[in-house]
Design a protein around this ligand. Sequence first.
Ligand code: MG
Length: 377
Amino acid sequence: MSIDRHAALAPYAARADASRGRLHPEEPSSSRNAFQRDRDRIVHSSAFRRLEYKTQVFVNHEGDLFRTRLTHSLEVAQIARSIARNLRLNEDLVEAISLAHDLGHTPFGHAGQDALDDCMKPHGGFEHNLQSLRVVDVLEERYGAFDGLNLCFETREGILKHCSVEHAKQLGEVGLRFIERKQPSLEAQLANLADEIAYNNHDIDDGLRSGLLTIEQMMTIDLFRRHALVVKSLYPDIPQRRMILETVRRMINELIVDVTETSRAQIAAANPASLAEVREAGRLIGFSDGIHAEAVALKRFLRKELYYHYRVQRMAAKAKRIVRELFGAFDGNPDLLPAEHSARLRVLGARAIADYVAGMTDRYAIREHVRLFAIEG
Ligand code: MG
């Protein structure tokens, strides 16, 4: 069997040996295909290690059992790979995209991203998804021959989930599909949906664990209630914590089965003979209409009851203040930055501050804020 495992791949799957290649041409590896190599570069990057200390919903120091960006990314990869194998898509590519998809996230989750975007408004804004691409294309510094990780086109296109036409025009080939309104690979479509499956479910688990959500509230959500009732009838005396986990496990399974079956049918109907034909087709990876409606209802619920819970919002307000004040302190003051970042600030202006702040972990940002603003620190 070749390292690309061609025999197992469907004709519509992305193939490593047919990749559009890297920005800087490299000799192929003798032991790994190009997408495996991308995945390995991502896992060895410093941005990947920093995901361990970045907020998903709960700030990292709030509890050891909550998801972080790292465990979230691992769950996305697991879900995406399961579905990929069932659809005979390229598991190596979907894994690489999943592990890299959040590399550009700021500290403190969406609160951090919103604050940094506000600070960067006069300088073209800040968008975590574009930043993920910037991390792998430019910011990682570990190879002699090039900046960034020099990943394959297909991995980079998967990382760039969404993008305005304006930004797309500045990105060259990888942005072209947003201008031409074409689809990315099925692996990219799948990683995107696996992200949604992962966070909807783990946010229920974390929300209940934190006490910000209650079982009574969750029972108003069809997707949860359906499985919770089955679990209770199968195991009447089950302790609540196990009931929740058993319910969430069943929800994830139902979503995975639904995506697999719906996508399989949609792929069969469109019948793409190659990745090129996938790009011309409509979106082929998705939920059935019924599950889609339930997933939308769940998302709306989580937004209202968890992400906008006053305790989450208090932390978010604090986080925004930290990001805003860090940015403000550095803006126009290169002398306050560590040498490598002050040198970049002199060349790149505000973008260098955004790169520095976005790269911080939660606790690094908090410490840096103390170092800059506390009289005694
Ligand atoms: Mg994500």
